[in-house]
Design a protein. Structure first.
Length: 439
């Protein structure tokens, strides 16, 4: 009998997982909380390991065809003087691509069930199947109506609490409505809860691909915590200019880094990260980014200034502070940021999610479900947590390094952390070994 999976989240990791599972003969449903399935963000760098996993998922050539392949240009000071030449080995070439293009490739003609916000989940430890509970009609926190939805929720805070109780009473075997809760709720509150419409769906496997704030993880790994990195990021995409780089280039300054690289469509993706208090927002983020990188090399300012007003994105950077010992529970598995959200300093979060997806697909094709999930941990936990550790250490030498003396020492040597450089340059990182070849 065909086994069924529910994939929670239609980001890059969820769409990649859908491909992996289907290749293993599973029947897949992809649920997405947003009203429209889309890629948030600007560009993404796919490294050799990620591309190998995308090959396994059947889309490597489509990515090669559309992405810009380039060798990293190296690291410069904030004024544009060379600090470190990047490795020019062919294996260090990257494929840079707009996220929307990659999302489109991974999605293909797949149907995504949008407007399906998962609010909780259960594993299969009670003998039944794993399940997720959907709240239909909940607003997507990233959409333009998010503020009004948040305010609406605040206004009916008490109603929401009652809503949860009423919702719990809708579990199988319960009275359809918790009468006690209902009697204390106003008619409007009960209506608000009913409008939200909860529904429970079961499957042989639930894949939590719902990002750093994963509802699946919160339900089954409730102690896991995320952490603010102390840095914010501005991201943008512009048409390439005469002073645009031919490959990924990074500038390091005091408590900040700036990077840019060519992507598909004759465009350049740029990102600027800097030390900042959490939650700060400006009326005009282009002005704010220009102020942050005001005295940097002219091409840095040019690229920010060329960004269309509606095209700049600002995101505070978080990571998963808790290292999960296992990425699975009976009938439930986490992939991508839900399992191992890391800081973007190493550029491996997305690549790791492609590896997760390809690994999971191969293991599910070769083993029973329980065995596959055990093997998945063996393949994924140590490797992805090594990525997390290095990303964290890199953050210390860029956005968290604000002392001018240390910055000067870093710039003078850039081998201030030789172990770190060796780790990053090591073949282990850019080589993903498919379990197909090791089993
Ligand atoms: C500034 C920046 C630059 C980066 N650069 C790179 C890079 O160059 N290379 C690289 O490899 N990685 C990079 N990363 C990391 C990479 O973006 C992430 O690791 C990757 O996008 C994670 O994909 P995901 O599918 O796991 O999660 P997400 O992309 O967060 O997708 C989760 C999906 O689940 C949906 N969802 C969330 N909650 C629910 C719910 N309750 N119910 C249903 N659906 C839900 C969301 O709407 C979303 O569609 C970068 C990250 C940042 C912040």
């Amino acid at each position: 009998m065909t086994q069924t999976a529910i994939i929670v989240g239609a980001g890059l990791g969820g769409l990649a997982a859908a491909r992996g599972l289907e290749a293993a003969g599973w029947q897949v449903r992809v649920l997405e909380s947003a009203q429209e399935a889309r890629a948030l963000g600007a560009g993404i760098t796919v490294t050799g390991n990620g591309l190998a996993a995308l090959d396994e998922l059947g889309v490597g050539d489509a990515v090669r065809e559309r992405a810009v392949r380039a060798l990293p240009e190296g690291i410069l000071t904030d004024q544009g003087s060379p600090l470190q030449q990047q490795l020019q080995a062919d294996s260090s070439a990257v494929h840079a691509i707009h996220r929307a293009t990659l999302h489109e490739i991974l999605r293909g003609d797949r149907e995504i069930e949008t407007g399906m916000r998962v609010v909780s989940g259960t594993d299969a430890s009670g003998g039944g199947r794993a399940s997720v509970t959907i709240e239909h009609g909940a607003a997507d926190p990233d959409s333009s109506d998010a503020r009004s939805e948040r305010e609406r929720r605040k206004d009916r805070a008490r109603g929401t609490k009652l809503g949860r109780r009423i919702h719990r009473a809708l579990e199988p075997g319960d009275e359809p409505i918790d009468r006690k809760a209902e009697s204390r709720a106003s008619k409007a509150q009960v209506r608000a809860v009913e409008d939200a419409r909860f529904e429970t769906l079961e499957a042989d496997l639930v894949v939590g691909a719902d990002g750093i704030d994963s509802a699946v993880r919160q339900a089954l790994w409730p102690k896991a915590r995320t952490d603010y990195s102390g840095a914010t990021a501005w991201l943008g995409v512009v048409q390439a200019e005469a002073d645009s780089p031919a490959g990924p280039r990074m500038y390091l300054g005091r408590g900040a880094e700036f990077g840019m690289e060519p992507i598909d469509g004759g465009r350049v993706y740029w990102w600027g990260m800097s030390f900042a208090r959490m939650g700060r927002r400006a009326d005009d983020e282009i002005v704010a980014a220009l102020a942050q990188f005001d005295d940097w090399a002219p091409e840095v300012r040019d690229h920010i200034a060329a960004t269309p007003q509606a095209g700049i994105i600002r995101r505070d950077l978080f990571s998963l502070a808790t290292r999960l010992r296992s990425y699975h529970r009976p009938g439930v598995v986490l992939v991508g940021d839900a399992a191992h959200a890391m800081l973007p300093t190493l550029g491996q979060g997305g690549n790791a999610s492609f590896e997760d997806a390809a690994t999971l697909g191969i293991l599910l094709g070769d083993h029973s479900l329980d065995q596959a999930l055990l093997e998945y941990d063996r393949e994924r936990v140590a490797r992805t947590q090594r990525f997390m550790t290095i990303s964290e250490r890199l953050a210390r030498t860029n956005t968290r390094m604000r002392n001018p003396l240390l910055v000067a020492a870093r710039n003078g040597l850039l081998n201030l952390t030789p172990e770190l450089a060796t780790e990053i340059a090591g073949d282990w990182m850019l080589a993903w070994h498919s379990p197909r070849h090791t089993s």
